[in-house]
Design a protein around this ligand. Structure first.
Ligand code: BDR
Ligand code: CA
Length: 319
């Protein structure tokens, strides 16, 4: 087997962020070096607590967790409690976390990792890009130490926070603009692809069949998420966005991509936060991103189930 790819997840858990952490921690193709948090789905305090909760129930120890930016670069924070609930991770009952956060800022932890790790590191943001933009702005000399940024955000089509804009980009458009214009290789896994990662009743049954404490927590997360996606968007099954970005790093063949120029709309009256993806090269600009256009859902769910199963192996017993 090839050497695991070193990654850091920058997240705002969040139901689908929680599953992204589990995939990253449980899959042998990646080496999860750290989890950093940012305000987005909920306040920074809540997303950080949720990251610690997920690490605790999954037995993820020895992976540093650090909190980053409490608000977007320019605009005020508007959380997604309509989607993820008051806690940001409504559904399961979590025990008090035994995993604790590092004292420093997430950007300092990222700087340390990028400086000290022998290989360039892949960053996997599954949240507003505030921490990543701050890192690139404060420490431009570290850009060559970033192998790539594989993010969940944007869309080649329509949005979910507004008709035009996806939540992560819409929450901090200025940060997203910095990331897409940074020159660091960027892969964008947007709604056009993550809406294929639907946690159908068949998928839920596979999590139930694991019959581990962690498997049941995933079931409760997915049931809550199913409820909000049914109520808000009329989906028959919820799209599990964030693990798609991790899946792309684990096995690029799982997530097909094309090169394209991507701009972030900063000033549109109705379109602020939209990703303008020039799939057909009509603007004549050089590509600045790889854009996800297809998902092997069979491989995706196999891999996610295997990761949760591997992490939960020590805590078998179910209910
Ligand atoms: C993104 O928004 C958040 O609510 C999810 O966690 C995901 O990262 C999907 O638009
Ligand atoms: Ca997220």
């Amino acid at each position: 087997m090839s050497v695991p790819v070193p990654i850091v997840i920058d997240c705002d858990p969040g139901h689908d962020d929680a599953l992204a952490i589990l995939l990253a921690a449980g899959d042998p193709a990646v080496d999860l070096l750290a989890v950093t948090t940012v305000a987005g789905n909920q306040s920074l305090e809540k997303t950080t607590l949720n990251a610690l909760r997920v690490c605790t129930v999954a037995g993820i120890t020895g992976v540093p967790v650090a909190a980053g930016c409490p608000r977007p670069l320019v605009q005020p924070l508007r959380v997604a409690d309509d989607v993820h609930g008051e806690s940001g991770l409504d559904g399961p009952r979590f025990p008090a976390p035994t995993v604790t956060a590092e004292p420093g800022h997430a950007v300092d932890l990222l700087r340390r990792i990028l400086t000290e790790h022998p290989e360039p590191v892949t960053l996997v943001p599954t949240a507003p890009l505030t921490n990543i933009a701050l890192l690139l702005t404060r420490h431009p000399e570290l850009a060559p130490r970033i192998r790539e940024i594989v993010l969940m955000g944007g869309s080649t089509e329509r949005g979910n926070r507004t008709p035009a804009a996806e939540f992560n980009i819409h929450t901090d458009p200025e940060a997203a603009d910095i990331v897409f214009r940074s020159g660091v290789p960027v892969t964008m896994c947007g709604l056009n692809v993550t809406h294929q990662a639907l946690a159908t009743p068949e998928v839920l049954a596979r999590f139930e069949a694991l019959d581990t404490e962690l498997g049941w927590i995933c079931v409760e997360l997915l049931r809550f998420f199913a409820g909000t996606y049914r109520r808000l968007f009329g989906f028959s099954a919820p799209p599990v966005h964030d693990p798609v970005a991790v899946a792309r790093v684990i096995d690029p063949a799982m997530v097909a991509c094309v090169d394209a120029y991507v701009a972030v709309e900063l000033s549109g009256r109705h379109t602020r936060g939209a990703t303008v993806v020039d799939l057909h090269g009509t603007l004549g600009r050089p590509a600045n991103a790889r854009v996800a256009v297809g998902l092997r859902t069979d491989l995706f769910w196999d891999r996610l189930l295997a990761a949760v199963s591997a992490l939960g192996a020590g805590a078998a017993g179910g209910r």
